[in-house]
Design a protein around this ligand. Structure first.
Ligand code: UD1
Ligand code: MG
Length: 454
């Protein structure tokens, strides 16, 4: 097929009042990313080289995220909400620039897959001027109905404006639409607002196109593809759909998920081949796990990189800035933050390692804490390769433990330890021979134990 250029117009000017949230709807997270991010990713994957995002008045947070996610995209403001066609026309300038295909997308419909968008574009390539995405709704109420005749789409009727006969139709408008660039502006400009709401409906593009002798078609897709999100409950339903997709994709790529339905992934989670994820693991944004690593049950990872063959958990927490080298072991109840744990190093039990480097092959004993915060600023701990940190040590940063050095258990280390040295920083032990035996004898005689004996 000959190349066709594509422009995406993403409508993100909605108020999202039904979310009952101070956060704008299109910034709400799904799979760890804003709804808007999903839509922009799908548009890009479907070959839209250019994107225009229509934002509402005073939606600074939306505009800021849009700039961050798509620095090349154009942002336009829809000052008043006067309907979906009015919103598209806020992008009038780019509509005139004549892309072959124009894809109108809703920022609150984040599950649409690139292949579905490609199908819509395909209909334009075959000569339609308007291609609308439709689905069979279990409950069609609230949706525009697609009035069809054979392959032809005759009209879209908004529920408010529909006759009882039209309301009985279950083939519904998903909202997404592709318009031939050569006709888009003329069609949109011809849309009026003679309807119950007095709004300019994008859906009227169908009737307008047909009146001009142009073709309109409906492309059918599954309901999951086009779930619109208006409430927190719908956000949760969409999350469930996305999680199923992400788990299936991970398994398809060679990841073992022992109980897939208990593992939560982010849209950007990257899991290598032969990675095993045990039940009840949660991946926050920004996690990469290299081949052959195992994430054991009940672990929580976020902003972390796990090297080849490493073992994490059970019950481990990796926070942002965690970098685990190959074959590292991070065991139960260990928290790691902003730390490089080099190849083969181990922290197997009950530790906090933050703002630190742990050199290759070093061993961090149970109960070790890097005391990285002095109440004002954060400081670094540097543990050399092959070092051994005895259990229950507190390493008071900034502090350096040299290569191969030992720290005795229970030490509070406040000064640097040279390579290959032993540091002991704890109260010396005193031993009183026979003391316990004497105590028992005194008690057996029924005497009061003198207070100061110990
Ligand atoms: C729209 C469709 C309906 C379809 C449904 C699918 C129209 C007229 N109706 O109805 O046929 O079944 O979606 O979910 O298109 N927006 C703006 N500016 C506006 C108005 C809307 O940016 O002035 C944005 C909204 O933020 C939203 C999208 O456009 O992302 C759709 O608007 P909404 O009010 O939700 O339309 P629906 O009534 O759901
Ligand atoms: Mg809607």
């Amino acid at each position: 097929m000959p190349y066709r250029s594509c422009l995406a117009i993403v409508l993100a000017a909605g108020e999202g009042t039904r979310m009952r949230s101070t956060m704008p709807k299109v910034l709400q997270p799904l799979g760890g990313q804003a709804l808007l991010a999903h839509v922009l990713t799908a548009a890009r994957a479907a070959g839209c080289g250019k994107t225009t995002i229509v934002v509402g008045r005073d939606h600074d947070a939306v505009a800021a995220l849009a700039r961050e996610l798509a620095p090349q995209a154009r942002l336009v403001e829809q000052r008043e909400r006067r309907g979906t066609a009015h919103a598209v026309l806020a992008a009038r300038e780019v509509l005139g620039a004549r892309a072959d295909d124009i894809l109108v997308m809703f920022a609150d419909t984040p599950l649409v897959r690139p292949q579905t968008l490609t199908q819509l574009r395909g209909a334009l390539a075959r000569g339609a001027a308007v291609a609308v995405l439709g689905f069979r709704a279990a409950d069609p109420s609230g949706y525009g109905r697609l009035v069809t005749q054979g392959d032809e789409l005759i009209a879209i009727r908004e529920e408010r404006d529909a006759t009882p006969g039209e309301r009985a139709i279950t083939f519904c408008n998903a909202g997404l639409m592709a318009l031939a660039g050569s006709h888009a502006l003329a069609i949109l400009d011809a849309i009026g607002n003679a309807n119950v709401k007095g709004e300019y409906y994008l859906t009227d593009a169908v009737a307008v196109a047909r009146a001009r002798g142009l073709r309109a078609v409906a492309i059918e897709t599954g309901e999951d593809d086009v779930r619109g999100i208006n409430t927190k409950a719908q956000l949760a339903e969409a999350e469930a759909v996305l999680q199923r997709r992400l788990r299936a994709a991970a398994m398809e790529a060679g990841v073992t998920l022992i109980a897939p339905e208990t593992v939560f992934l982010c849209a950007d989670t990257k899991l290598g081949k032969d990675v095993t994820v045990e039940p009840n693991v949660v991946f926050g944004p920004g996690v990469t796990v290299e081949d052959g690593a195992t994430i054991r049950a009940f672990s929580h990872l976020e902003g972390a990189h796990v090297g080849k063959g490493a073992r994490v958990g059970p019950f481990a927490r990796l926070r942002p800035g965690t970098e685990l080298g190959a074959d590292v072991h991070i065991g139960n109840f260990v928290e790691v933050k902003a730390a490089d744990i080099e190849a083969g190093a181990k922290a197997n039990h009950l530790a906090y390692i933050g703002d630190a480097r742990v050199g290759a092959g070093a061993n961090v004993g149970a109960g070790t804490i890097t005391c990285n915060y002095d109440g004002v600023a954060k400081h670094r701990t540097d543990i050399g390769k092959g070092a051994f940190i005895g259990s229950n040590s507190a390493l008071v940063a900034p502090v350096t433990i040299g290569d191969g050095a030992y720290v005795g258990s229970g030490s509070v280390v406040t000064k640097d330890v040279p390579a290959d040295a032993l540091a002991l920083a704890r109260g010396e032990q005193t031993v009183k021979l026979g003391w316990a035996k004497r105590l028992r004898q005194v008690k057996a005689l029924g005497k009061k134990v003198p207070k100061k004996r110990a």
